[in-house]
Design a protein around this ligand. Structure first.
Ligand SMILES: [Zn+2]
Length: 672
């Protein structure tokens, strides 16, 4: 049935009654001419005892409120009762109509009381609902935490849930809404719902190396009911909500033990991540009605990982973007270390995985794997830090032979890369050649005559600097949750299900939304003019990307200029040349926010430990031997070339055994 049509019918019925009560052409007597009821749409209550407050406002012909006695009645007190001030209380399962009356004027709203159950099916959006019972654990201004009645024993306490809600209000809500925008409020309850359910645990098979930490599912934003002509999504929970992992200390679910502490450490970061998906998805669906829905996977995930980074800045108590944060800055306080370990170590770990395999990964790849996520997070951060949209990505074309001073750079594109000479000059020369594949995949081979072995950049590692072990004895830079690696293959499948099951419902959902939008506000109230944030890391670029009508590369072009491929080439070069002590390096080759040469070697996954740094994970090839690699669109490969004093080295590139096409782009940098 169409709940919206039913409400509209009642409005016209009330007007007819009012007119007939007066009769003829006589002027209306003083007193109410109409009655407004809020909320006016069907209300869903979960379980006996649940309540909703209704408000009736009698108004005169001009729409001004007038005082009049409102009487409240329910047509089915076995389902819902209503008291003299409009407070509705569920008394049983079923449907009731609650009426507000003033004289012969009345308005009604349908109350549906159902068992407190949510559909947790994560393999089908709209069909085969898997309903799980829940109870409310706690509520704060913008969050309702509910937990499954079937959750494993030994889980979170009420105090744990209250602590999550408090952190949501002080950290997640302001950081996310100020940077990305307000979510919708389709269920008009003023709350985002976090459902802590073993259904999330069930998504991780026994003995898996990774774990599903939670998810957002776009189907919950779609209407469950529709007129016969309009498709509905029966499996929707019709709520702004996401699903969260629960502790399972004895391994009840698939024998996977999840300690309270390990899940606690994961929770706020996952909430922040999923909340970005909720904001992005709901705004694209309902606020920006011309927007494409949904956004591409890599942009959705990249923005959610940016959300985690923004939580880090706020939680660090003073660190900001574009401060070139190094390991010493992180180790200056326990607060900073905790913030890094909670919100940034996963981004750093994924970026490390990307650096180990830059040839077969790219930020705008469709596969949504660990490396793509590391790359798109870093690329979005790079683009935001780089600033002015449309900044040209100019560099001189290399001469023949290539002659560069230390720090000097030049470019060779396409066929010119088939063979070129690199001259050392009077002293030993060390060069890095970054090969980048623009707009197509290539299989390339690189070789050089007379190349000497060279090791690393001029400053191989800035490492832990002067930090003494005592400064970080109590907390290390490492995986956010020891032993729990998040499973992104699941998220990738979920996004595919959204794309498969939901786009055909978008126009119907928007039409239903538009019909109800006139009945009251459908987003949360506007934020205060002054930022709510203590540190105020608010970057307008994120909201612009969320509130764009376009997706993917087109969305990036709209904000950062047409040459996204050129930006990716510069970004790839920055992975090698930033923070190795080259003077005069232009901004396009920098990562202004992070000193990765310092931070990444300290990660335990890169061999870092309290006693010393590990390695910078970028994979670099020596050109003392020939090297073959297949690069994806947006992939990059790194070569080191040593040239003896007063000599020249001849470098040759082929693509598929032939002269390189235009999409092979080389950047040559002299590092010593
Ligand atoms: Zn995600």
């Amino acid at each position: 049935m169409n709940i919206f049509a039913a409400t509209r019918f009642m409005v016209s019925a009330a007007i007819v009654i009012a007119a007939s009560a007066c009769g003829g052409d006589d002027p209306l007597p003083p007193g109410p001419a109409r009655l407004d009821l809020a909320p006016a749409t069907e209300q869903r209550l979960f379980g006996v005892g649940a309540t909703v407050q209704l408000t009736a406002t009698p108004k005169d012909e001009s729409g001004n409120p007038v005082s009049a006695n409102v009487t409240w009645t329910s047509d089915n007190t076995a389902v819902a009762t209503v008291n003299s001030s409009g407070l509705v209380t569920a008394t049983g399962l079923g449907t009731a109509r609650v009426r507000a009356s003033v004289g012969s004027l009345f308005q009604e709203v349908t109350i549906v009381v159902s068992e407190p159950r949510y559909n947790v099916n994560a393999t089908s959006a709209c069909s085969s609902p898997d309903l799980r019972q829940f109870k409310v654990e706690t509520e704060s201004a913008h969050l309702r935490i509910v937990s499954g009645l079937d959750n494993p024993p030994g889980g979170f306490t009420t105090q744990d849930y209250q602590a999550f809600a408090a952190t949501f209000e002080s950290l997640v809500w302001p950081v996310l809404t100020e940077n990305f925008g307000m979510p919708t409020d389709i269920d008009k309850n003023g709350k985002v719902i976090a459902f802590f359910t073993r259904a999330v645990n069930e998504l991780t098979p026994a003995k898996s190396q990774s774990v599903v930490g939670g998810f957002f599912f776009g189907r919950d934003l779609f209407p469950r009911a529709g007129s016969p002509r309009l498709q509905a999504c029966a499996g929707s929970n019709e709520a702004e909500m996401f699903y969260m992992l629960v502790p399972d200390p004895t391994g009840v679910v698939n024998e996977n033990v999840r300690t309270v502490e390990s899940v606690r450490r994961l929770t706020i970061g996952v909430i922040g991540h999923e909340f970005q998906h909720l904001i992005n998805s709901s705004r694209r669906l309902y606020i920006n009605q011309s927007a494409m829905w949904p956004e591409t996977s890599y942009m959705e995930e990249g923005l959610s990982h940016i959300a985690e980074e923004l939580l880090f800045y706020e939680a660090s108590g003073g660190l900001l973007p574009r401060q070139n944060i190094d390991i010493d800055m992180l180790r200056q306080s326990q607060q900073r270390l905790d913030a890094f370990n909670s919100y940034m170590s996963s981004n750093s770990g994924r970026f490390s995985s990307y650096l180990r395999s830059t040839h077969d990964n790219a930020p705008y790849q469709r596969d949504d794997d660990l490396q793509t996520r590391g790359a798109i997070w870093s690329f979005l951060r790079y683009l935001a830090d780089r600033g002015t949209p449309g900044t040209p990505f100019a560099e001189p074309v290399c001469g023949e032979p290539v002659v560069l001073t230390v720090g000097g750079r030049c470019r060779i594109d396409g066929a010119a890369g088939a063979q070129f000479n690199v001259a050392a000059g009077s002293s030993l020369g060390e060069f890095t050649i970054v090969a980048f594949s623009a707009d197509a995949a290539v299989s390339t081979n690189a070789s050089a005559d007379g190349s000497l072995a060279v090791t690393g950049p001029p400053s191989p590692s800035l490492g832990v600097g002067g930090a003494s072990p005592t400064t970080f004895a109590s907390a290390s830079i490492g995986p956010a949750v020891a032993g729990l690696t998040l499973d992104y293959a699941f998220h990738s499948r979920l996004r595919m299900i959204e794309r498969r099951d939901l786009p055909s419902h978008v126009s119907a959902a928007r039409a239903a939304y538009a019909r109800t939008a006139s009945l009251g506000p459908r987003t949360y109230s506007a934020q205060a003019t002054a930022p709510l944030l203590a540190v105020s890391v608010v970057e307008p670029v994120w909201s612009q990307l969320v509130n764009s009508n376009d997706t993917g590369i087109v969305n990036l072009r709209g904000r950062f200029g047409a040459d996204i491929t050129g930006a990716a080439r510069d970004w790839a070069t920055a992975h090698y040349v930033d923070d190795i002590g080259l003077s005069g390096l232009p901004a396009q080759y920098r990562h202004p926010s992070w000193n990765f040469r310092s931070v990444l070697p300290a990660l335990s996954s890169n061999g870092g430990s309290p006693s010393g740094p590990g390695t910078y994970p970028l994979k670099v090839n020596q050109l003392t031997t020939s090297h073959s690699v297949s690069m994806v669109d947006g992939g990059a490969a790194y070569y080191r070339l040593g040239v003896a004093p007063t000599t020249t080295s001849t470098v040759r590139f082929t693509v598929n055994g032939a002269v390189p096409p235009a999409n092979l782009k080389l950047t040559v940098v002299r590092t010593k």
